[in-house]
Design a protein around this ligand. Structure first.
Ligand code: RET
Length: 253
């Protein structure tokens, strides 16, 4: 592995990433305010804005040359851990977005969030193990562990979503399919970037930027623009208020 780091090319990609996260965030936030003003639930709009909002902070951090370890002066490949802080916070939110649309139970959401956090943290620790690090040979054990924790998520996206019915569930299915394809590219990029250093830091920055914009911003537009599906999911969640006791009278309107 070389002691490579991003050049002006990689930095430009990181700025593109910031723009590709920040402007959609403004749009999703405006949609949340619109829903609030018309006294509708603004849960999905807020959640979606939070996902790209967190990524905007991470991209601005990386574009301004912070949130990394290594690089030419350090003698090992530059590694942006800021990315992993972003992913640890945002990928569970993305799964919650899909799971709520599909009407998944709290237990199922909890399991997905736990598996997801473990997956990202395992990838983070593995990525940080460089030549010369103690027990460097365990790098791929962390990757394998990350892959193992990815499996419940794959299972959910393929099998659990396929049974769901209704407009919001069909949105969950299409967004879930998009997510499955894109998310599966991340471990492949990890192998040739943080894993083996086969691609340069510039190429890594470009590829992750493209994947992140597709997985977060396009994902967000798919959800926020599907008004009917969001209305159906909102009506369903206000219909099963968890604190209502059986036999209680309720007036939803
Ligand atoms: C790692 C390495 C360990 C094994 C697996 C990984 C998966 C990462 C994923 C990341 C998704 C990130 C997204 C970011 C959006 O901006 C940690 C690379 C399975 C799925 C969607």
């Amino acid at each position: 592995m070389t002691s490579d780091e991003v050049s002006h090319v990689g930095r430009a990609a990181l700025w593109v990433g910031f723009i590709g996260m920040f402007f959609p965030t403004l749009y999703f936030a405006a949609e949340a305010f619109r829903a609030k003003a018309s006294r509708r639930s603004y849960f999905y709009e807020t959640l979606t804005a939070a996902i790209t909002g967190i990524a905007s902070v991470a991209y601005l951090t990386m574009a301004t040359q912070q949130g990394y370890a290594g690089g030419e002066g350090e003698g090992h490949r530059q590694f942006f851990y800021a990315r992993y802080i972003d992913w640890t916070l945002t990928t569970p939110l993305m799964l919650i977005d899909i799971a709520c649309l599909a009407g998944a139970s709290f237990d199922q959401q909890f399991l997905l969030v736990i598996a997801d956090i473990l997956m990202i943290v395992a990838g983070l620790i593995g990525a940080n193990m460089n030549e010369g690090a103690k027990h460097e040979e365990y790098k791929w054990a962390f990757f394998a562990l990350g892959m193992m924790f990815y499996m419940p998520i794959v299972h959910f996206l393929i099998f659990d979503l396929s049974g769901a019915r209704g407009k919001s569930a069909s949105l969950a299915r299409s967004v879930g399919c998009w997510t499955l394809v894109l998310w599966s590219a991340y471990p492949l990029v990890w192998m040739i970037a943080e894993g083996t250093g086969t691609i340069s830091c510039d190429t890594e920055a470009i590829v992750y930027t493209i994947l992140d914009i597709l997985a977060k911003s396009v994902f967000g537009f798919m959800i926020v623009s599907a008004r009917d599906a969001i209305e159906e999911a909102n009506a369903r969640s206000s219909g099963d208020a968890p604190l209502m006791l059986p036999g209680d009278d309720r007036d939803d309107e």
